[in-house]
Design a protein around this ligand. Structure first.
Ligand SMILES: *Cc1c(COP(=O)(O)O)cnc(C)c1O
Length: 391
């Protein structure tokens, strides 16, 4: 990392003056928290007892046979409590908020997955929880709205702009500025101003640490490829980060290709975006020629965001990681493939990684190893998949 809070030219703190002191307070508190042995032990205990870690590194035997090439392993984040890697970050930040003496947690959510993870952990630790959500998203994701309410969270409908995630983020930021003394803003991915991208990556790197330990035990060497889907980029960086020093391990992030890059209806920031600033950080952003944020599309709500974590922009720039895209159709095919060959119903987000990882394994010789991050389970996507399959 170069200047404080930057990855090369990416990252930084592009926020109004009124938020600077809150970010400084967060940076200081996180520094103390992460150096404190007792805090670290408590985090590890809750990740184990509440979130269900460590998750297995699973050899996908039938999928490997069917591909006829490289060995395929799946890192099973779908087996965590609430069914996705988001719980790792939620547990970390709620413990940090408590450490800072905050009594109130706010979050924003698009698909509702991050809202559910946040409401879950806030309930466990008895903190007040308010989740901002666009009205359009609330309509699209009713089961998650119900879950958050059952967990005791207040879900605030946002009716400004496109009534989706980016408008919910604006509302959450407004709330934070007003209630900074009592409130922690629990961001859900490796986005936003410093220290969020660094802090959230550190809460997610447990994925890669476990995967690395398990593959070394089993195969006596690091894998040849890591493959993960990239929305904001937290599950991907969580898997990649502990392998960065293993120079031969190739890393591939998979973005949402939607209806195809040429259609303009996608969320592939690296294929269709350019450098810009959104929600406090400098990274690749999907924008028009006037710098207005473009509408994105993906069959998976979790990948449907116009910017990407700044560390990914940096890893791409220095050539350490590669970024590709997979279309809705390819992801839906991979969804069915994994259901039928392994008895695992993956999240549509994760299905993007499965699609690319499977095609990659097919092209590789049998002595290669591919690890795919299965970021979440697909129960939440059954309606979407059923509708898509009947078209
Ligand atoms: C939210 C989500 C994602 C995308 O978020 P990242 O920060 O890119 O990991 C991916 N998979 C699942 C299952 C999700 O819920």
């Amino acid at each position: 990392m170069d200047k404080k809070g930057y990855f090369g030219e990416f990252g930084g703190q592009f926020v109004p003056e009124t938020l600077m002191s809150a970010l400084e307070e967060l940076e200081r508190a996180y520094g103390k928290f992460s150096r404190d042995k007792k805090c670290r032990a408590e985090l590890a205990r809750h990740l184990h007892e509440f979130a269900g870690r460590p998750t297995p590194l699973y050899f996908a035997e039938r999928l490997t046979k069917k591909a006829g090439g490289a060995k395929i392993y799946l890192k099973r984040e779908d087996l965590t409590h609430t069914g996705a890697h988001k719980i790792n970050n939620a547990v970390g930040q709620v413990l940090l908020a408590r450490f800072m003496g905050k009594s109130r947690i706010i979050a924003e959510t698009g698909a509702g997955q991050h809202g559910v993870a946040t409401a879950t952990v806030a309930a466990k630790f008895g903190l007040e929880c308010v989740v901002y959500m666009g009205e359009v998203d609330m309509e699209r994701q009713k089961p998650n709205v119900l879950r958050m309410k059952l967990l005791g969270a207040e879900v605030v409908p946002v009716s400004s702009g496109s009534k989706t995630l980016k408008d919910a983020i604006n509302e959450a930021l407004r709330d934070w500025i007003t209630n900074i003394n009592t409130t922690h803003y629990l961001l859900g991915s490796v986005l936003g101003p410093y220290p969020y991208p660094q802090m959230i990556r550190n809460f997610q790197k447990v994925i890669g640490e476990e995967a690395r330990r398990d593959i070394l035990k089993r195969e006596k060497r690091p894998p040849d490829y890591l493959v993960a889907c990239v929305g904001g980029g937290s599950n991907a960086i969580g898997l990649f980060y502990p392998f960065l020093k293993d120079k031969k391990v190739q890393m591939i992030g998979v973005e949402a290709g939607g209806l195809g890059i040429a259609s303009g209806k996608h969320a592939a920031r690296f294929a269709g975006g350019r450098v810009g600033i959104l929600h406090g950080t400098k990274s690749f952003v999907l924008q028009d020629k006037f710098g207005q944020i473009k509408e994105t599309h993906s069959v998976s709500a979790g990948l449907d965001y116009p910017s990407v974590g700044p560390e990914h922009s940096f890893l791409r720039e220095i050539g350490r990681a590669e970024y590709v895209s997979v279309t809705d159709k390819q992801a839906l095919e991979a969804f069915s493939l994994l259901c039928e060959t392994e008895g695992i119903i993956p999240a549509l987000e994760s299905s993007h990684a499965v699609a690319y990882g499977y095609a990659l394994a097919k092209r590789l010789p049998k002595n290669k190893i591919v690890v795919i991050n299965l970021s979440g389970r697909g129960d939440k996507d059954l309606e979407t998949v059923t509708r898509a399959q009947s078209l």
